[in-house]
Design a protein around this ligand. Structure first.
Ligand code: HEM
Ligand code: HEM
Length: 286
């Protein structure tokens, strides 16, 4: 419940910020670039103006905090006890989605010079993050958000299967779940894996619906029904992930190999862009 409130807060804050900034500068952004200098708000709204310059600083700071915060939590042992890694990823995604949108408003939708490279790499990294997030979700993890080894996956499958088999309805659920996945062959190539990802999405929904109907028909205690539903969902999800584990792992590896260098290019060109603007004398409000 607390997690849902946290996610809702992030989504609501992002939407509120984007709608506010878009409405506030709407008139300026839809004015053709050669006509903008005749507007009253030009001095404030141009990329070096107090307002848009500020958006650039806030947006870039969000990206820097989002990347360094997540990387530090993930890689530096001292911080491993500081909350679940998956929560940090959610904060990474929040900051690194909202930050680029604010930077986009900072540019006032026109781009030239080295700043354009920073802009396009930033937008590519951010957009590719959505694919990364999808692949990340296919990799089985423990409660702390760390990847499970093959032995841990087998152990967890056994544990859930034993838990389900302790009641006749749970036993029936286990068989139904196994049977549903039997129809899906283990993918052998990346392309087969992509096709399997799509099929799995609808299969998972169908299994969840089927499990809910079976539980509702046989179990009358709310608590027991909830527990069965949670265990059956975790069991089905783990089988699903283990089906595509090899390919998801490979794709995730390639994705990292693109995401990281693009991030480096973005930060180098951002540093060049900020240096140039400072050399040109732009200082914002300081
Ligand atoms: C990833 C972050 C950023 C990107 C992608 C970005 C991109 C851009 C782009 C595309 C422009 C418009 C260039 C044009 O008029 O054709 C611009 C202008 C500008 N940016 Fe950024 N920017 C970023 C962050 C920053 C930051 C952090 C600062 C200040 C510390 C800054 C300061 C400026 C200034 C002063 C201008 C106006 C330059 C001029 O009119 O000559 N930007 N930026
Ligand atoms: C300008 C925007 C972004 C930048 C610069 C950025 C940068 C990075 C970097 C450097 C990493 C590697 C962290 C590490 O392993 O130490 C990373 C990981 C990741 N990012 Fe982003 N990111 C951005 C936006 C996004 C967005 C919008 C999403 C999702 C919608 C996303 C999802 C992910 C995921 C799933 C990982 C992998 C986590 C892991 O392997 O542990 N990123 N990002």
């Amino acid at each position: 419940m607390a997690h849902k409130v946290f996610l809702l807060f992030l989504v609501f804050t992002s939407l509120l910020a984007i709608v506010t900034v878009a409405l506030n500068g709407f008139g300026y952004y839809v004015t053709p670039t050669h006509m903008r200098q005749f507007r009253e708000d030009f001095e404030m709204m141009k990329p070096s103006g107090n307002y848009s310059h500020g958006l650039g600083i806030v947006g870039a700071s969000m990206i820097i905090i989002g990347v360094s915060g997540y990387s530090t939590r993930k890689r530096v042992k001292t911080f491993w006890t500081l909350g679940k890694l998956s929560r940090w990823l959610e904060i990474h995604i929040f900051l690194c989605l909202l930050g680029p949108v604010l930077v986009l408003f900072h540019t006032t939708f026109k781009a030239g010079g080295v700043a354009a490279i920073s802009l396009w790499t930033m937008l590519s990294v951010s957009a590719s993050g959505i694919i990364g997030r999808f692949l990340y979700a296919q990799i089985p993890k423990n409660l702390q958000g760390n990847e499970l080894t093959a032995a841990q996956i087998t152990g967890e499958l056994d544990r859930l299967s034993v838990k389900l088999s302790s009641s006749p309805i749970g036993d029936q659920l286990t068989r139904t779940i196994y049977k549903s996945f039997e129809s899906l062959p283990k993918p052998k190539s990346i392309w087969e894996a992509i096709a399997t990802f799509v099929k799995l999405a609808s299969l998972r929904r169908a299994i969840r619906r089927q499990a809910r109907a079976m539980i509702a028909a046989k179990v009358h205690s709310h608590q027991e029904a909830h527990e069965l539903q949670v265990t059956a969902t975790a069991f089905a999800s783990l089988i699903q992930k283990s089906l595509v584990l090899n390919q998801a792992g490979k794709l995730f590896y390639y994705w990292h190999a693109i995401h990281l260098p693009f991030t480096v290019i973005m930060f180098i060109t951002l540093a060049a862009h900020v240096t140039v603007t400072m050399l040109l004398g732009y200082r914002w409000i300081f």
